[in-house]
Every structure is written in structure tokens, then in C-alpha cells.
Design a protein around this ligand. Structure first.
Ligand code: MLT
Ligand code: ZN
Length: 465
């Protein structure tokens, strides 16, 4: 069969007009935020029902066509890139909240529900969906599950995995599986739901997800604290964790702050220049909690760990302080950053960062390095900015050379080469720094069970063989 006949057959499986092959759509739906890989899908298909997703997967098996799932395409690892003639399955038309159970505090979502839509829905019920990150306005729940998205509240609420009560998935064979049936307790053998979370669409597609909600936080309050060096951040974290239940503990460097302030639309937190800043958040549910926070702040100043600080007094101030951290990714994207998303256990962070910083300083003396991240959970984002005079290809080639040394340090500290952005195409060649050969063999065997023909997002997580 010719390719056009195969695509004609695909068109009969979905609603009229729901297969696109025009160049603009191929370009838009063939990539995520990584933008290193020229998109080259052969078509984009938009299913509206689970039956249609099953029909698409069966069609792909018949014709040995590779499928790439597409949500909000905000990923940073190339997991939603179609660079080799794949068909992109976009979930934009499966975007409804189907049910809410007040008693169980659960929401049944189609995969194309946007994260903010779920957050807003929860808020409207007086509840809270706590997984949050800068791209929550466009990322979709299916993609969040595919990458086990983390973000800024992990220290308190954990990753997306913690909030998935049940899943319906279409496997690479086209079978529909209903996983865990939204139960809290279920000791009936392997929890297949967990396998599909973070699988980047390599085992099957999430076609429905029951997400848990939490009680709404009370009077969220943020502090931004300037520290004299990176090492001072850890005792600050320790001091605050000893006194308060933190909902976030983030950090960023002076270089990151400078880029944010240069935008002109975010107020500076305070006048003192500091090399590093911590942003912490807690529920100031009573006056005693707020006083405890202030007393801890004073203790940190006395110890010399904090040079200056500010505490939000209103919702507007809270939002403005968060902009200092939340706007970083988008702001530096202008300089085509080479991104690393690495993690270690929290106690190892200072020594780990020092070792990585030394390697980066030695090999990239002329590049601007912007550090930020979710220090409270051990996740550091190392962003190397492209000098204006350098071509993208030369810049990425030179950064890739240093990967080996960075990942050797990650391995030495028993860390992760991808804390929350996923493996996708950008990290697949380095998987062995975080997972043993035996583990990788098990992972491949699991893939073969759910996707025997290797049509589900091939070339992601594992390098092509
Ligand atoms: C963040 O923490 O801002 C996101 O993970 C995105 C990024 O690392 O740039
Ligand atoms: Zn992050």
C-alpha cells in the first residue's frame, strides 16, 4: 500500500477533518519545547473517543506505522517529537472533565484536559490540585502522566504519580486496560497503573485518568531570602523545615534574577544583591505560624545564612514573588539554553553542585550558566545560555561534550540524569548513568509486552537499536 492509501484509511477511523497533513500542522504538532529536532511527522490525527484511539493503534500495528502522543507539547526532553515520519496522535479534542466525586475527592479527566483547567476546577469545588509548574497553562494531564510531571510543590505533595487514582490506557496492541479502578487500597499484584506513569507513551496512551484532589491550602505565604553563597541555602532549608510544613522550597542564582528583572515587569524582592536566593512557601494558617516563620528568618540572619529577605503580605505579593522563579524558564528560553535536569538526595546537594559547578566552570568558562531549581527535593536545573555569536549547532555540540563529565558526577552521587523532564530523545543515550544494564533490560522486556511491534513512541527513553 502506498503511504497516501494508508493515510486515507486513517481518515476513515476518526471524525471528518481530524487528520491533518498540511505543513504548518506538521511543524506545530511534530515538536515540543526542545526545538532541536526538525519535526517531520507524516500526519496528525485527533481522536475524540477511546474507540477511535483503539482503532488508530490497531491501524498502526497493521501498517507498522510509529505513533507519537502529543499533549500540550511543553516537554523539555524531545519525548513528544516526531522527527521520522511518525503519525502524531494529538489529544486536543479529548479535553473534557467527565465526572467529579465530592466524597472521594476525585476528578475523571480526558487526557487533553489542560493542567490549569483541572486546577481551576478543583478551586471551584473548594479543593486543590497541587501539581504545578510554569507551563501549567498549556500542558495537558495526559502529558503530565506520561512524564510523571513534578514542578514547584513536590516537597509537600510529590509528583503527578501521587495524584493518579486510576487510569484507562490503550496499549500498543490496541487493548483497553482499566488500571486500579480508582481504589486507595488494592493489593492484587502488580500495579500496572504505575508503569504507565512516566512511560512517555512508549507502552500505550492514557485515554482517561482519575485524579485525586486535596483540601485547599490556607493563606499561602512566600518568603524570598538572599544568601551569601550556595552552601547557606541548605541550613536555611533545614531551619525552616524544622519549624514549618513547607509547600515549596526553590532556589535561583543572581544571574537568573538579573534576567528576570531585565524584563521590566517583575518587581525586585529587595535592594540587597545576593549570589543566591531561596523562595519558600508555607500555609500561614494562624498568626503563630507566621510568627514562627519570622523568628526562623531572624535566626537565619543571625547565623549569617541570610543577608536579606521579604515575606508576602498579600496575594499580589505572593504572585509577584513566585514570578521571580516561575518566569525563569520562559525568560531564558530566548538564549536557547542547553538544559540539564538532575537530582540527588537532598543531603548531597551542596557537594554535588560544587562538583558540577567546577566541571562546568572549567569547560564552559565563556558561557553564562544559570542555576535554579527545586532544591527542597534535590532537583537542580543547570542551564547554559548560548552566546549570541554562536550557531545553535556549534553550541549544542560543545555542550554535549561536557555531558559525559556531568553525568559521571550524577552517577557517582547515585543521582538521576532526569529528575522531572523525562528521558525522551535528549537523554536516551545517557540512560545508563542512572539505570543499570539489568534494569534497562527489564524495561525493554516490559515494553515488548505492551508494544510488541514497537510502534509506540519509538526512539524515546531507549536509543533505537
Ligand atoms: C522549571 O523548574 O522551571 C521547569 O522545570 C522548566 C525548566 O527547567 O526550565
Ligand atoms: Zn523544574
Amino acid at each position: 500500500m502506498t503511504q497516501s492509501v494508508v493515510i486515507d484509511e486513517l481518515m476513515t477511523l476518526v471524525d471528518p477533518g481530524k487528520v491533518l497533513t498540511d505543513p504548518a500542522s506538521l511543524d506545530a504538532y511534530g515538536k515540543d519545547w526542545t526545538k532541536h529536532y526538525p519535526p517531520a511527522p507524516s500526519a496528525i490525527v485527533f481522536p475524540k473517543t477511546i474507540d477511535q484511539v483503539q482503532a488508530i493503534v490497531r491501524w498502526a500495528n497493521r501498517h507498522k506505522v510509529a505513533l507519537v502522543p502529543s499533549g500540550g507539547r511543553t516537554g523539555l526532553s524531545g519525548a513528544a517529537v516526531a522527527a521520522h515520519g511518525e503519525v502524531v496522535v494529538a489529544f486536543d479534542y479529548m479535553n473534557q472533565i467527565l465526572a467529579f466525586n465530592e466524597f472521594d475527592r476525585t476528578v475523571v479527566c480526558q487526557p487533553g484536559v489542560v493542567t490549569r483547567q483541572l486546577q481551576q476546577f478543583a478551586e471551584d469545588q473548594g479543593l486543590y490540585y497541587p501539581v504545578d509548574f510554569a507551563s501549567s497553562g498549556s500542558s495537558q494531564i495526559g502529558g503530565n502522566i506520561g512524564t510523571n510531571a513534578g514542578g514547584i510543590k513536590v516537597i509537600r505533595y510529590g509528583m503527578t504519580r501521587n495524584w493518579v487514582a486510576g487510569l484507562k490506557v490503550v496499549t500498543g496492541k490496541g487493548e483497553l486496560l482499566e488500571l486500579n479502578k480508582d481504589l486507595i487500597k488494592n493489593a492484587t499484584g502488580y500495579d500496572l497503573r504505575q508503569l504507565f506513569i512516566g512511560a512517555e507513551g512508549t507502552l500505550g496512551f492514557v485515554v482517561e485518568a482519575t485524579m485525586r484532589l486535596d483540601r485547599a491550602p490556607r493563606n499561602l505565604t512566600a518568603m524570598v531570602l538572599g544568601t551569601p553563597d550556595f552552601d547557606a541555602i541548605m541550613p536555611v532549608l533545614h531551619a525552616f523545615q524544622g519549624k514549618l510544613d513547607l509547600t515549596a522550597f526553590e532556589f535561583f542564582s543572581d544571574k537568573g534574577l538579573a534576567r528576570i528583572l531585565a524584563r521590566g515587569d517583575v518587581p525586585a524582592p529587595f535592594g540587597t544583591d545576593c549570589p543566591f536566593y531561596a523562595l519558600l512557601e508555607f500555609e500561614a494558617s494562624t498568626e503563630e505560624v507566621a510568627n514562627e516563620a519570622l523568628a526562623t528568618f531572624e535566626h537565619c540572619v543571625e547565623q549569617g545564612w541570610v543577608l536579606d529577605g521579604v515575606m508576602s503580605q498579600s496575594d499580589t505579593q505572593l504572585k509577584n514573588l513566585w514570578k521571580l522563579r516561575e518566569y525563569l524558564s520562559e525568560t531564558i528560553s530566548h538564549w536557547t539554553p542547553y538544559k540539564n535536569d538532575i537530582s540527588v538526595t537532598v543531603s548531597k546537594v551542596p557537594a554535588f553542585l560544587r562538583d558540577i559547578d567546577a566541571i562546568v566552570g572549567e569547560h564552559y568558562p565563556d558561557y553564562e550558566v544559570v542555576w535554579y531549581g527545586h532544591i527542597g527535593d534535590g532537583n537542580l536545573h543547570l542551564n547554559i545560555l548560548k552566546p549570541d555569536h554562536m550557531s545553535k549547532d556549534d553550541f549544542f555540540a560543545s555542550c554535549a561534550k561536557v555531558n559525559k563529565w556531568v553525568f559521571e558526577i550524577v552517577e557517582r552521587y547515585s543521582g538521576s540524569i532526569s529528575a522531572e523532564h523525562g528521558v525522551g530523545m535528549t537523554k536516551r543515550d545517557y540512560l545508563g548513568y542512572s539505570r543499570s544494564p539489568e534494569e534497562i533490560a527489564c524495561m525493554k522486556a516490559i515494553k515488548a509486552v505492551f508494544d510488541p511491534n514497537g510502534i509506540m513512541n519509538p526512539g524515546k527513553i531507549f536509543a533505537p537499536e
